[in-house]
Design a protein around this ligand. Structure first.
Ligand SMILES: CC(C)(COP(=O)(O)OP(=O)(O)OC[C@H]1O[C@@H](n2cnc3c(N)ncnc32)[C@H](O)[C@@H]1OP(=O)(O)O)[C@@H](O)C(=O)NCCC(=O)NCCS
Length: 164
């Protein structure tokens, strides 16, 4: 398994993984599928900002991707990033989530970021547990701030301080 920077050839698989999460799960709270042009712009924006988009490659297959970007756009938040990790269902439970989180934390620490935030659907026990194992703590719970598939969703905010 190789974790490397994404390139434009990876975008169709990244798009498929993203749209599966949008249409089938509460991991993403987007409700409208995205398209290749939007993914291309997103990759270019992240690259221009020096923010990582990583993919995991297993025997030539792209098994998932992970990224971080600004937590909020205002300058005061410049040293706080929000990340996301998506592993294709066929490859979940094989350690990729851990490998991605390690790589994102290493990148953010090297880039001098101060805090990493995960905004996680409260029903995503696997993700919450993974983040706890990496020293993230729950700093917010927001009941019923989202809606998908005809039900209310609670948001759990988890964060980890990277530097003192
Ligand atoms: C959440 C996610 C990133 C975790 O990545 P992963 O590669 O599946 O997880 P890992 O193999 O690295 O395992 C991490 C931990 O989760 C556990 N785990 C993974 N999949 C699990 C499952 N389906 N059920 C129960 N536990 C599971 C692992 O056992 C491990 O815990 P352990 O060390 O106590 O055994 C991945 O499942 C995923 O992409 N899910 C869909 C999208 C998503 O929810 N993204 C996160 C949005 S915040």
């Amino acid at each position: 398994m190789l974790i490397r920077a994404a390139n434009e050839q990876d975008l169709p698989v990244i798009l498929a993984i993203t749209n599966h999460a949008i249409t089938q799960t509460t991991a993403s709270w987007q409700t409208v599928p995205t398209d290749l042009a939007q993914r291309r712009q997103w990759l270019r924006d992240r690259e221009a900002a020096g923010q990582p988009v990583l993919v995991a490659e297993i025997d030539g297959d792209i098994a998932g991707f992970a990224t971080y970007g600004s937590f909020r756009a205002y300058g005061g938040y410049a040293l706080t990033v929000e990340h996301s990790i998506y592993v294709d269902g066929r490859f979940q439970g094989q350690g990729l989530g851990r490998a991605f989180l390690t790589a994102l934390l290493d990148h953010a620490t090297a880039a001098g970021m101060h805090v990493m935030v995960g905004a996680i659907s409260a029903d995503n026990a696997v993700s919450i547990k993974l983040h706890e194992q990496f020293g993230f703590t729950i700093t917010g719970r927001m009941p019923e701030v989202g809606q998908k598939f005809g039900r209310w969703l609670d948001l759990v905010l988890m964060q980890k301080t990277l530097s003192k």
